[in-house]
Design a binder for this molecule. Sequence first.
Ligand code: NCD
Length: 325
Amino acid sequence: MTIDVSDFSAYPHRHLLGIEGLFPHEISFLLDRSESYVDQNRQADKKKSTLRGRTIINLFFENSTRTRTSFELAGKRLGADVINMSVATSAIKKGETLIDTAMTLNAMHPDVLVVRHPDSGAAKLLSEKVNCAVISGGDGRHEHPTQALLDALTIRRRRGDLAGLQVAICGDVLHSRVARSNIHLLNTMGARVRLIAPRTLIPDSIERMGVEVFYDMKEGLQDCDIVMMLRLQKERMQTSFFPSVREYFHFFGLDYEKLSVTKPDALIMHPGPMNRGVEIDSEVADDYGRSVIREQVEMGVAVRMACLEVLGLPREIDDSTVRNL
Ligand code: NCD
C-alpha cells in the first residue's frame, strides 16, 4: 500500500491513546510523517507555522522530563501555543478530580490535550469527556504510544525495516507501558518479540500478546537484532520483586558479557530515565557505536511533531469506521 504522507485522513482517528488496534499503514504513515521532521530539527531554523493559532495543553499527573519537554518543543516548533500543567500546580491537590480538571481545561478550547496519568485508562476516560484530540503521554502500566513510535523510528532509520527483526525487551515488563506499546507495534509491523525478565516481573499470560518469554538473559538475547532495556520502576513496586539491586544487575543488567550472544551489530535502546548499574552497565549505555539511546530522544521530538500535527489539524474522520482507540 502506498502512503500519501500529506493526506492526514490516512490516520482516521480522533485520538492517539495506544498502539493496540492501529493498522500497519497507519503506523507507517505516522512514522513517514515523523521522518520529514528529523532533518528540519537539525537545522538552525526549526520553526514552522503549521499549528499557528492552535493551543496544546500538556496535562501531566506524573513526573516526566523527556516526554513533557519533547511534546512542548514539538508544539512550539509547529507554531502552536503550548501550556504545561503539572500535578503539583494543579487543583488536584485540592481534591479536584481528573474529569473536573479536564472539563476546566476543555472550556478553554484547546485543540490537543496531551495527558500522562498514573492510572491505566485515564487517557481514554478523558477523551470521552473533552471536545479536542487527546494524545496519551503514558497511562499507568497500559500504553505509551509515542514512545513506541519513536523507538520504531529509531530502529527503522538504522535498519530500514522493522519486519523480520528479532527484538528483546528486557527487565521490568510488569510495570511497563513502554513494553506493552512496543509489543503491539513490533508485532503489527512484523518483528518478533522476546521478553526477558525475572519471573516476578513478567505479567501472567503475557504470551497471549504474541511474545516469547525467557528468564535468562543469555538464552533470550541469542542472535537478537535489537535489545531494549526497561527501567526498574521502583515507584510502582509495593512489595519486593527481587532480592537486591546487586543481584538484579548480576542476572539481568545489560553488560558486554551478556551482549556477546546478540548479533554483533545489535542496537541497544532504553526509553530513559536509566538506572545505571541497575538494568544497564554505564559503559554499555554510553557505547555510541551500538547504543542509540540519544537518538531515541532526538526521534521523540520528530514523532511528537507528527502526532500533534496530524491530530491538531482538521481531517476527514468517518465516524462509522473510527475504532475505539
Ligand atoms: C518511560 C515512562 O514514563 O513510561 N519513560 C519515558 O517516557 N521516557 C519509561 C520509564 O519511566 O521507565
